[in-house]
Design a protein around this ligand. Sequence first.
Ligand SMILES: Nc1ncnc2c1ncn2[C@@H]1O[C@H](COP(=O)(O)OP(=O)(O)OP(=O)(O)O)[C@@H](O)[C@H]1O
Ligand SMILES: [Mg+2]
Length: 257
Amino acid sequence: MLKEVIATRYITPLREGGSLPGLVEADDLGTYVMKFTGAGQGRKTLVAEVVCGELARRLGLRVPGLVTIGLDPVLGLGEPDQEVQELLKSSGGLNLGMDFLTRAVGFDPLAFRVSPEEAGRIVWFDALVNNVDRSWRNPNLLMWHGDLWLIDHGATMIWHHHWPGAEASAAKPYDVSDHALVSFGPDVASAAAELAPLVTEELLAEVTAEIPDEWLADEPGFDSADALRRAYARPLLARAAVVHERIKGIDGSEGDK
Ligand SMILES: Nc1ncnc2c1ncn2[C@@H]1O[C@H](COP(=O)(O)OP(=O)(O)OP(=O)(O)O)[C@@H](O)[C@H]1O
Ligand SMILES: [Mg+2]
């Protein structure tokens, strides 16, 4: 399970985020980017953040540390901004927190260089989880102390919005023509050879064990949180072995421009 902290102070909203993530201070004196259960797509976005963030970390990619943050909605009462107040009021219980990377800058493909090896690993990972939110318009990559860090994995694993079609959905190709790193000549073949063997049933069990039970409760068609954890693991396990063959759009090949 992820470390759990309690929110003690709401600092400010991060206005560039569509889901209105906020900066909060917690009882361990840490500063976190907080994503709320009461926002937009709700808890499934947070589940995706945990599954993808913890999987990426175990594959050697850089992802800020994740925690769960307990929120007492009372914290919202003093908020002058109506939208923030509503969000806090509707997000009682466990929310997601991510270590705040102080003074990180947004990645700009024109201003930074990325090696084909690193680009390959990130593109391969995004293909695995079907990340639709790493385009050059909105890279969701941060530069911090000279390294590239991955954030914002809420828009991944589209199949978890419709479990009966999960298998078919997970078999689909991944088009990288708009990906933030496609211009760096991502070496997807090497990444697949290195990373696919690491994505085992055991590793996925470890990753999905990090999802808090309360974000998995009462999902139609599942009688336990662990059954739903296995449903998250299955498409990823199946996809890991073959996904490099389904990546379209590198070097203009087969991409749907
Ligand atoms: N861990 C972090 N450290 C520093 N800054 C961060 C961190 N996480 C997010 N940010 C900043 O906050 C912004 C919004 O975060 P994020 O992209 O995760 O939110 P979102 O609501 O899912 O956004 P989107 O509009 O892309 O859907 C990021 O673009 C980045 O500038
Ligand atoms: Mg974002």
